[in-house]
Design a protein around this ligand. Structure first.
Ligand code: GAR
Length: 210
């Protein structure tokens, strides 16, 4: 089977990127990160990529007149690098329908909440302030909405009585690293299937048993 060729988009710290790079280096994830693209010049994710010898591109969104042109520049960088799958690892921009059409069913995102609860930014804080007892994270395919695409996998994280928003976010992040790599392993093993709704309802995602 062809190796999974990933393009990772990241705006920040890049700990999820690091989990992916570590799994590849350990030989437990059959994938290659072809490029890491960031819209933020100072993003530590870029340093992590460079340290691992991976190509990087900085594409600052503010330098483009509109989202379409920004996304076209990202798509071009991904194409040039030979990335076939797009992995959003803390990428804080919403992608345009044109971009998603080009990489149809090939863009996945990690979100630090049990979707469809708490989409958008600061999801862990939203969940904590709401007083939920179970928080968590979700890996999903990206559609045109915000954190609304078909769910691939989720992991629940209990909220403890002495949690702060920060301590909860930290425990969620630990699970993100595991969940994201697991999903990429399923992708590499061609175990992820779209199950179309029979009468127009949302498609669902099934994981083929190993
Ligand atoms: C992660 O918690 C990720 O789920 C979140 O940003 C963080 C990035 O951390 N993404 C979103 O909120 C996207 N809506 P990292 O840079 O250390 O991987």
């Amino acid at each position: 089977m062809a190796i999974l060729e990933l393009g990772v988009l990241a705006s920040g710290t890049g700990s999820n990127l690091q989990a992916i790079l570590d799994a590849i280096a350990a030989g437990t994830l059959d994938a290659q990160v072809r490029i890491v693209v960031s819209n933020v010049r100072e993003a530590p994710a870029l340093q992590r990529a460079a340290k691992a010898g991976i190509a990087t591109a900085v594409i600052p969104h503010a330098q483009f007149p509109n989202r379409s042109e920004f996304d076209a520049a990202i798509a071009q960088a991904l194409d040039l690098a030979g990335a076939k799958w797009v992995v959003l690892a803390g990428f804080m921009r919403v992608l345009t329908p044109e971009f998603l059409k080009k990489f149809q069913r090939r863009v996945i995102n990690i979100h630090p909440a049990l979707l469809p609860a708490f989409p958008g930014v600061h999801a862990q804080k939203q969940a904590f302030e709401h007083g939920v007892k179970l928080a968590g994270c979700t890996v999903h395919f990206v559609d045109e909405g915000v954190d609304s695409g078909p769910i691939i996998a989720q992991c629940a994280v209990p909220v403890l009585d002495d949690d702060s928003a920060d301590s909860l976010a930290k425990r969620i992040l630990e699970q993100e690293h595991l969940l994201f790599v697991d999903v990429l392993r399923w992708l590499a093993a061609d175990r992820i299937r779209w199950v179309e709704g029979l009468s127009g309802e949302r498609p669902k995602i099934a994981i083929v048993p190993a």
